[in-house]
Design a protein around this ligand. Structure first.
Ligand code: MN
Length: 224
């Protein structure tokens, strides 16, 4: 009887798991792969607890909701004005963190090719771009994100959003396709950097996966 009950609960757990519309994507690198710039414990808590909580709450919002059922997170955020605050916060949280993990990677990536040329042409130089992006991240009051986006005309732009909003959302002023993201919520850096957000932003440049940013740039340009 015990065995049957156990198999039954396992089956139930599997069914519930299979039904979850959204899941936290696994990192393509180890939790400690971004050391010393972003520490292992921050990565563990950020990915396994914070991101997982957004996904869990988002799944709760979409379950039994005929409108949201079968929609991708991109479809949800791009029409987010139609939905409630919990959907906005948690779909944003899921999209933003998924992108963030993808554009991070172990130290050693460099940028070249058309994106670098576009950055130089748009912002004056790569250094000027980094300064402008860092300023956008530093001056975001409270919790939020800094972004590099490709806008509707195919132009590169730096922007920032509060909370878990992002540039795909129909409610934000500066819209576009994000190709680089930086989380400036305190949970992203407080264990290692405490109140020193600028130090975290400086360290971030060491762990940008420019190959992935390049890929997202090419995809975004192709859509124009
Ligand atoms: Mn975060």
């Amino acid at each position: 009887m015990k065995k049957i009950l156990l198999s039954f609960s396992l089956a139930v757990a599997l069914v519930f798991h299979a039904q979850a519309q959204f899941t936290v994507p696994a990192l393509s690198y180890g939790y400690d792969a971004l050391e010393p710039h972003i520490d292992k414990q921050t990565m563990e808590i950020h990915h396994d607890k914070h991101h997982a909580a957004y996904v869990e709450k988002l799944n709760k919002e979409v379950s039994g909701n005929a409108v949201l059922k079968d929609k991708s997170v991109e479809q949800i955020v791009s029409h987010v004005s139609k939905y409630n605050k919990a959907v906005r916060d948690n779909a944003g949280g899921h999209y933003n963190h998924s992108l963030f993990w993808a554009v991070l990677g172990p130290d050693g990536h460099t940028l070249s090719g058309p994106l670098l040329e576009d950055i130089n042409a748009t912002f004056g130089s790569f250094e000027k771009f980094k300064t402008a992006f860092a300023d956008s991240a530093k001056t975001r009051f409270g919790s939020g994100w800094a972004w590099l986006i490709v806008d509707a005309t195919g132009k590169l732009k730096i922007t920032s959003t509060p909370n878990q909003d992002n540039p795909l959302m129909d409610v934000v002023k500066v819209k576009g396709t994000p190709i680089l993201a930086l989380d400036v919520w305190e949970h992203a850096y407080y264990l290692k950097y405490q109140n020193k957000r600028p130090d975290y932003i400086t360290a971030f440049w060491n762990v940008v996966n420019w190959d992935e940013v390049n890929k997202k740039y090419n995809e975004a340009k192709k859509k124009k």
